[in-house]
Design a protein around this ligand. Structure first.
Ligand SMILES: *[C@@H]1O[C@H](CO)[C@@H](O)[C@H](O)[C@H]1NC(C)=O
Ligand SMILES: *[C@@H]1O[C@H](CO)[C@@H](O)[C@H](O)[C@H]1NC(C)=O
Length: 424
């Protein structure tokens, strides 16, 4: 990789978005050219397996069929949520004694995985599944892939799987370091393209993201998320503290995965819901919901289906953004996006966060004012500004020497697109 230099006209906090990105080679399966979007049960439904007592919440084919239907009928599929992914707790305890193949839990998946896959595909969606590189899956219910990489990859291909999340429990470090690339090779040799989601870096002290990006389409780098502002913020902090490294290796086909979107459950306020969505879009994170689509409140569904915000997440430049200003009170996060003008100046998505750290009334709305040039928005042609959470709200034109001011709710965000003005 060419060495990186900081252009002196940018604030020190801003680290250059290098053209070096272009020279990094990722996994060449042609998939995940933008961050994957979809749904996974884990944070919401955990490892609920007692269908007699919890028929609506248990990990079963009826949960996935119901969700497939709702992804389509409630409008999620139309805005891009296409991967319906089974997480842990889908397996029988033992492999088939003759073929050694993995078996779905008979009582909860009576029709079998090929049938479920077909059901999902017929709705225009894609089918994802969970596995583990080691001896057992993380919830210790099913067998891991140890000793059966080729057979398990082939089983998934036979079932029409489009996405594999490979966890790393019950494996040694060296087993994981060998196993993640090897399972990827096994998937590749089936001839079926499958998105490859690795939990590899989560288990490592000092992950080698350059190496991981060569083998995986996305990788979990932080703790499991839970349904709270605290957890969302902790994940943001994890990214921010490592952002130079994390953003350097992500791009089309290879993404940092900060875990699921918890919008639509119990504990996130409306403002914190906007916050998670905005930051996940700035850092080009996969947008994988975990919720009960039948009970998501209309205003949260509207957030999840906000096409302007999704367009930032899915921006084709694939350049992950970062936090460029931070204090006890505010953060400013920024991502370079299309369009780019003839002078090579980018447009930007900018998220202003109110951390609520004020001495008097920590949980009050607060106003931040910043000079745009200070954020690196230096195009002399100026920027046309729109509120991404309300696209009918245009704020007009701004030049680099203008100050931009925005009032932000506590533990919330305002999120704008600064579209660069073309050169005439
Ligand atoms: C397998 O890997 C090769 C080389 O990276 C790639 O060209 C091909 O598309 C891959 N095939 C599948 C099915 O992922
Ligand atoms: C969106 O912005 C318009 C124009 O400023 C405003 O009239 C409208 O109330 C806003 N809608 C929402 C949901 O905030």
């Amino acid at each position: 990789m060419p060495s990186r230099e900081r252009p002196s006209h940018l604030l020190l906090l801003l680290i250059c978005y290098c053209s070096a990105l272009r020279y990094i080679h990722g996994l060449e399966n042609g998939l995940a050219q933008t961050p994957p979007m979809g749904w996974m049960p884990y944070e919401r439904f955990q490892c609920t397996i007692d269908c007699a007592r919890f028929p609506r919440d248990c990990i079963s084919e009826s949960l996935f069929k119901r969700t497939a239907d709702l992804l389509v009928s409630e409008g999620y599929a139309a805005v891009g949520f296409q991967y319906l992914i089974i997480d842990d707790c889908w397996m029988e305890t033992l492999r088939d004694s003759i073929t050694q193949r993995l078996l779905p839990a008979r009582e909860r998946f009576p029709s079998g995985m090929a049938d479920l896959s077909d059901y999902i595909h017929r709705r225009g969606l894609k089918f994802g599944i969970y596995h583990d590189v080691g001896e057992k899956t993380c919830m210790f219910l099913g067998p891991g892939a140890r000793g059966h990489f080729q057979l398990d990859a082939q089983t998934f291909a036979d079932w029409g799987v489009d996405y594999v999340k490979l966890d790393g429990c019950y494996a040694t470090e060296s087993e994981r370091d060998r196993g993640y690339p090897a399972f990827g090779k096994a998937m590749n040799s089936t001839g079926r393209t499958m998105v490859y989601s690795c939990s590899w870096p989560f288990y490592k002290e000092k992950p080698d993201y350059r190496l991981i990006a060569q083998h995986c389409n996305l990788w979990r780098f932080a703790e499991d998320i839970t349904d709270s502002y605290t957890s969302v913020f902790k994940t943001m902090e994890h990214y921010r503290r490592n952002q130079q490294l994390l953003s350097a290796h992500a791009g089309p086909g290879r993404w940092n995965d900060p875990d699921m979107l918890v919008l639509g459950n119990f504990r996130l306020s409306y403002d914190a819901s906007r916050l998670q969505l905005a930051i996940w879009s700035v850092i080009a994170a996969p947008l994988i919901m975990t919720n009960d689509l039948e009970t998501v409140r209309p205003e949260i569904r509207e957030l999840l289906q906000n096409r302007e915000v999704i367009a930032i997440n899915q921006d084709l430049l694939g350049m992950p953004g970062r936090c460029v200003l931070t204090s006890k009170y505010f953060q400013v996060w920024l991502r370079r996006v299309t369009p780019v003008n003839d002078l090579g100046k980018h447009s930007f998505a900018v998220a202003f966060v109110n951390l609520g750290g004020f001495d008097h009334c920590p949980l009050c709305p607060r106003t931040i004012e910043v000079g745009l040039e200070r954020l690196g928005l230096d195009s002399l042609t100026g920027y046309y500004v729109v509120d991404l959470f309300n696209s009918s709200r245009s704020l007009g034109m701004f030049k680099p020497y203008d100050a931009f001011s925005t009032r932000i709710n506590p533990e919330g965000v305002t999120f704008y697109k600064f579209t660069v003005v073309p050169v005439y």
